[in-house]
Design a protein around this ligand. Structure first.
Ligand code: ZN
Length: 211
C-alpha cells in the first residue's frame, strides 16, 4: 500500500485527534474563575465544609444509579451555571429532590438538539420551596409531567419522566436550584444524600439513590 493511501485512510482519525486537541485547549482556557465557581469547586472537593444547608434527595428512583455528566460551572454548557446534568435514558422516572409546591409545568415540547433555538421546546417542572428557593427539572419527555401547577409534592415523590427536549445534546436531566436574593434569582449549589453522606456532587461520578 502506498503512503498516500495510508494518509487518506487515516485522514478522518487525524482530523478527529486535531479537533479533540483544539477543544481541550479551548476548554482549559474556559474554566470559570469567579469567586462563586471557585467556592463550589472547593465544596465539591470537600475543602470547605458546609453542614447547615438542606440535604436534597437524588432526583430519581430509590436504587437507581446515574452518572453526573456536568456539575456546577462545568466547561461545556454550564460554564456560568450552578446546575447538574444526570445522564439517563428517555422515560426515566424523576422524583422530587425536595418537597414544595409546583409553580410551573411545561410538557408540550417535542423537539431537542444542540442549538439555542431548541431552548423553547425544553419541558420542565419548577417547584417552590418554603425558604425562598425553587428547583427546576429540565428536558422532560413530551407529556412527561405527572404533577400540575399548584400541587403540593413531598420529597421523593414521582413528578415526571426524563427526556431530551430543549437545548440538549443527549438524553439527561438538568437539575437546578435558585435562591431569591433581594428579588434576583441566583443559581445555587446544594448537597445531596449519597452513599457517603451529604455531599456536593462531582462531575463524572455515578450516584445511587439510597432512600
Ligand atoms: Zn444542563
Amino acid at each position: 500500500m502506498q503512503p498516500l493511501n495510508l494518509y487518506s485512510m487515516y485522514k478522518p482519525t487525524l482530523y478527529l485527534i486535531a479537533t479533540c486537541c483544539i477543544l481541550f485547549l479551548f476548554s482549559s482556557c474556559a474554566v470559570n474563575k469567579s469567586a462563586e465557581a471557585v467556592r463550589f469547586r472547593a465544596l465539591q472537593k470537600g475543602k470547605i465544609k458546609d453542614d447547615s444547608s438542606y440535604v436534597y434527595s437524588l432526583p430519581f428512583a430509590v436504587a437507581d444509579k446515574h452518572r453526573l455528566v456536568q456539575g456546577y460551572f462545568s466547561r461545556f454548557t454550564h460554564r456560568n451555571r450552578a446546575a447538574l446534568d444526570f445522564k439517563m435514558k428517555k422515560g426515566t422516572a424523576i422524583y422530587a429532590a425536595r418537597g414544595g409546591v409546583v409553580m410551573r409545568v411545561k410538557e408540550d415540547g417535542d423537539k431537542g438538539g444542540l442549538d439555542g433555538h431548541y431552548r423553547q421546546y425544553g419541558n420542565n417542572i419548577i417547584i417552590n420551596h418554603n425558604d425562598s428557593t425553587r428547583s427546576g427539572y429540565w428536558h422532560l419527555q413530551y407529556n412527561g409531567a405527572v404533577v400540575n401547577v399548584g400541587d403540593t409534592v413531598q420529597q421523593g415523590q414521582l413528578i415526571g419522566y426524563s427526556g431530551n427536549t430543549g437545548y440538549t445534546a443527549f438524553p439527561h436531566l438538568h437539575f437546578i436550584v435558585w435562591r431569591s436574593e433581594r428579588g434576583n434569582w441566583r443559581q445555587i449549589g446544594t448537597r445531596f444524600q449519597t452513599r457517603k453522606g451529604a455531599k456536593y456532587l462531582r462531575p463524572f461520578k455515578k450516584y445511587k439513590r439510597l432512600k
